[in-house]
Design a protein around this ligand. Structure first.
Ligand code: CP3
Length: 345
């Protein structure tokens, strides 16, 4: 795949090959911080946007055309797998994702579909094909899925949570119930990511956004083991990125699941983390997204600090440690991308 791309910086860096500069893309690069996103969003619900390949492709292309990033990411959401399994999902303005039928008992868990619900996600394969037609080999396309623990937390809580109280209650009091649900999510996620790879994505990223909520042992038992099971069962024809908030703490476990790239939040010194990994494992990150609120000279300084640290390192993809927020200024995000692209090793 990578040989046919006009810009293969991202793929090369993901495979730990030397590049002339670090490639850059940002998590949530297609979203509400863009006026052009709102023009589309005002006409459809978020799920309609995800489920209509033409619209998903239009939104995926916004940051390609307006920001000039080195990789596109499929416009979708990690929660579409939970919806396919039977979660009644809606996205409410100002509230975020909501499941009206949270999964809290054995009966709830037994009602959830597993890998067989892959048929309901055909629209994602259709969107990938449409996006690849539009990208026409210019830059790579990243596919993605949510990691089982992160998805479990939304299913159990019924939405976003600050403290993961109900999820942790389940892990503590009813671990077998949690494992039953996690296994179903993991089985669907394998089918889902393999479907995306077959449809033509050039890389995949597993998002374990809420791993940092867990203790070491709980992360190993309820998150890492499932992530490893997923990675062990993927068609490894494209690079695999493993993202977690908390990845710097859990890196020794994440390494065991053998991703091509570990994507880390901003807590870690990225060079020290990179040096602790096997040489063939690349890193992605790890700017604090909140620098986007700062003045432009500050943004530039923070980017230069990271780059001076990573100078000469093969296997470095520049990204934020987490996503862009809706109230970040477009011109600051664009300024950050431009500043990153000026750098040479
Ligand atoms: O990165 C991209 O641009 C690709 C698209 C993408 C979205 N969500 C679009 C989205 C990706 C990769 C995601 C992943 C995702 N979704 C994660 C993992 C990454 C992370 O941020 O930790 C998580 C935890 C979710 C769950 C989710 N989806 C939340 C918490 C929210 C809303 C929160 C809020 O502020 O309302 C969403 C909705 C969502 N996903 C939007 C977008 C553009 C906003 C939808 C809207 O326009 O109303």
């Amino acid at each position: 795949m990578s040989t046919t791309l006009q810009n293969d910086l991202f793929i090369k860096a993901a495979l730990s090959q030397q590049t002339e500069r670090p490639p850059v893309w940002f998590m949530r690069q297609a979203g509400r911080f863009m006026p052009e996103y709102w023009e589309i969003k005002n006409k459809y619900t978020f799920l309609e946007m995800c489920k209509t390949p033409e619209i998903a492709a239009d939104v995926t292309m916004l940051p390609v055309d307006l920001l000039g990033i080195d990789a596109a990411i499929l416009f979708s959401d990690i929660l579409v797998t939970a919806e396919a399994m039977g979660g009644d999902l809606s996205f409410e303005q100002g509230v975020g994702p909501r499941f009206s039928n949270p999964v809290r008992s054995l009966a709830d868990a037994q009602k959830l579909a597993g890998a067989e619900s892959i048929d309901k996600l055909q629209y994602v394969a259709d969107a990938i094909k449409e996006i690849q037609n539009r990208l026409n080999g210019s830059i790579p396309l990243i596919g993605f899925a949510g990691a089982p623990f992160t998805i479990l937390s939304y299913l159990v809580e019924g939405g976003s949570t600050r403290d993961f109280k109900r999820t942790k209650l389940m892990l503590n009091n009813e671990p077998e119930l949690a494992h039953l649900i996690l296994q179903k999510i993991a089985d669907l996620t394998i089918a889902y990511l393999n479907m995306q790879i077959e449809a033509g994505v050039n890389a995949v990223q597993l998002f374990d956004s809420w791993a940092a909520a867990l203790s070491w042992n709980d992360y190993r038992d309820f998150s890492h083991n499932y992530n490893k099971y997923i990675l062990d069962n993927l068609k490894r024809t494209v690079p695999v990125i493993s993202f977690a908030k908390g990845a710097s703490v859990f890196a020794p476990l994440i390494v065991e699941s053998k991703p091509d790239v570990i994507s880390v939040d901003w807590n870690a010194d990225l060079l020290n983390l990179k040096k602790s990994l096997p040489e063939v494992m690349a890193v992605q990150g790890n700017l604090d997204p909140f620098i986007m609120y700062a003045d432009k000279p500050v943004i530039k300084k923070k980017i230069h600090e990271l780059f001076e640290r990573m100078r000469g390192e093969a296997g470095f993809i520049c990204n934020l440690g987490h996503g862009i927020s809706p109230d970040m200024r477009f011109d600051h995000v664009k300024f950050a991308i431009d500043t990153i692209k000026e750098f040479r090793y």
